[in-house]
Design a binder for this molecule. Structure first.
Ligand code: FSO
Ligand code: SF4
Length: 540
């Protein structure tokens, strides 16, 4: 196996025997074969578009299948066998309906599950020998994977845009061709543009369904009733779970990326939606053991399941872990059935308390815009000297303490804007406020980084600036998996420069591709805390 799609790639180069994430060689090669065959499906889907007979089911299928291959999403071999079989079946049905023939391997390969592993091992990322083309292809594919996840969330809430699916198809199909470095670079940049569209669509879907997030204090302690812990990013799953557990005697707690759900007006009306439990994804084994009740993983990040909670963890959507109970998709127009989880919760003791206190979330764009006059005044009077965007992901590497240290070292006239699970490195610190404006504004999940870009664009307008980089905003981004890649490409598309990216630069950037990003966008690795803080406060 060879995988280097996330920040925790072994030795900063790639996992070759087993993933740090827990991905075994046999799952890794299934991922590789699935992605390879999805590229073949995309080639056929492009041909269908050319012939004026597009198949609208291909885009959503690709989005879901790619979502399953994101870091920490799905480790279930049976699920990948069915996704591989479904991809071949879909591709071949479309070929037959078009009368399309091709001797390209990804468009014609077929075989039984017994040979999937051998085939997957042949078609992984190292099958492209040119290091720079490999780097650009993978950057594009990882961006599309992130886009796929956000697009799937929006589709679940009833919003889709054909141009997003069309781009995914175009990008995957392009990776099967010998394009030049310039052509590949152009596609990577286009990926960022479509990424903005995908995140805007998800923002619209979330706020249309659940209202605009409002600044909200979320409790960290626990009550005396049994609980269900819901993790991941899927708000529709939360809605179904809250609705089905009304008056059940069970409380619902959020974990990791589900925390910002507390800020949506539609969820505030459930009195049994009581608080947040624990921290970012990577500490889940200890926290899930202590929670005592059932845990529902709606998306990544799921880590290797421990026996302490194996019989009370459930997956749904595109997540999976072998042997773990999986809640089936909702029937058309209906709800998922969470009755088994609620019934099990009733038999469980309440959670063990990990901490007390409150944290603040809900500072998405509408809430920040509601404070706009105050914010603009504070900038004009110099009460706020700088905004520092510290969004993205958290992870296991101890170097990530950098982000806690930066939050503490920033002067009192700096405001931190965050989104994604990166916030757990500093969201329990008491950072105070500036004239009533909290010094930490949490916009929500990683996809709500769109909100931060939206705020920046509005401020640019308010201050009458020509360039988004003239704003008093610095970007100090933490990344881990592929959703962070689409967020990064989206920021680059919006013209954001001088981004610090850590804790390490992606292993999949070849020296030449890294050089282009550094020269064009002034992307830089994180450095020493004091030096970075001084530089950011000086707009460098
Ligand atoms: Fe985190 Fe995991 Fe949201 Fe990611 S929980 S790391 S970027 O899946 O998606 O921020
Ligand atoms: Fe390694 Fe990350 Fe790939 Fe897992 S997803 S195998 S940790 S590079």
């Amino acid at each position: 196996m060879f995988c280097f799609q996330c920040e925790e790639a072994t030795k900063g180069t790639g996992c070759t025997t087993k993933g740090i994430c827990g991905k075994t060689e046999s799952i890794a090669v299934q991922h590789d074969l699935l992605v390879y065959l999805l590229k073949g499906l995309a080639v056929v889907a492009e041909e269908a578009q050319r012939q004026g007979q597009p198949d609208a089911s291909v885009g959503p299928f690709i989005a879901q299948a790619l979502f399953a291959t994101i870091t920490n999403a799905n480790f279930d071999p049976a699920r990948f066998n069915s996704l591989i079989q479904a991809t071949i079946a879909k591709r071949d049905a479309l070929k037959a309906s078009l009368g399309y023939q091709s001797d390209r391997d990804e468009v014609s390969w077929t075989g039984s599950p017994a040979i999937y592993a051998a085939k997957g091992a042949e078609v992984g990322v190292l099958s492209q020998p040119n290091e720079d083309l490999r780097s650009l292809r993978e950057l594009l594919v990882y961006g599309v994977k992130g886009m796929a996840a956000y697009t799937d969330h929006a589709a679940i809430l009833g919003l889709e845009k054909p141009e997003i699916y069309a781009f995914m198809i175009k990008a995957l199909a392009a990776t099967t061709r010998e394009l030049s470095i310039d052509e590949m670079t152009a596609l990577v940049m286009e990926c960022g543009a479509v990424g903005v569209t995908a995140m805007a669509l998800l923002d619209e879907a979330n706020t249309r369904a659940y209202g605009n997030p409002e600044i909200t204090q979320v409790k960290l302690g626990v009550g005396t009733r049994p609980g269900i812990l819901i993790s991941g990013h899927d708000l529709k799953d939360l809605q179904d779970l809250l609705e089905q557990s009304v008056d059940s005697g069970v409380d619902i707690y959020t974990h990791s990326e589900m925390l910002p759900a507390h800020a949506y007006p539609a969820f505030k009306r459930y009195p049994h939606f009581v608080g947040n439990y624990g921290n970012a994804w990577w500490q889940q084994d200890k926290e899930f053991a202590a929670f005592n009740g059932p845990i529902l993983m709606t998306t990544n990040c799921i880590t290797p399941v421990k026996s302490a909670y194996r019989d009370r963890i459930y997956t749904t959507g595109m997540t999976g872990w072998p042997g773990v109970k999986h809640i089936a998709d909702r029937p058309e127009g209906g709800a998922k059935d969470f009755s088994a989880i609620i019934a099990q919760a009733k038999t469980c003791p309440p959670p063990i308390e990990l901490e007390q206190g409150e944290i603040t979330t809900g500072c998405a764009h509408a809430q920040v815009m509601a404070l706009a006059d105050q914010v603009v005044d504070a900038v004009k009077t110099g009460a706020i000297k700088r905004f520092v965007v510290m969004g993205g992901c958290d992870g296991r590497h101890k170097e990530r303490s950098y982000y806690t240290d930066v939050a503490q070292a920033l002067p009192q006239d700096a405001v931190i804007l965050t989104a994604g699970c990166a916030k757990y490195r500093f969201n329990k610190l008491d950072l105070g406020n500036i004239g009533g404006i909290p010094r930490l504004l949490d916009a929500g999940q990683c996809n709500d980084s769109y909100s931060l870009a939206f705020v920046a664009l509005k401020l640019k307008e308010v201050f009458g600036l020509d360039d988004i980089n003239e704003l008093p905003i610095s970007y100090d981004i933490a990344w881990y998996e592929q959703k962070a890649i689409i967020v990064l490409l989206a920021l680059l598309h919006l013209g954001v420069k001088h981004i610090r990216l850590g804790p390490t630069l992606p292993a999949f950037l070849s020296p030449n591709v890294a050089k282009v990003l550094i020269e064009t966008f002034d992307i830089k690795p994180i450095g020493r805390v004091e030096e970075d803080v001084t530089a950011m406060m000086a707009a460098a």
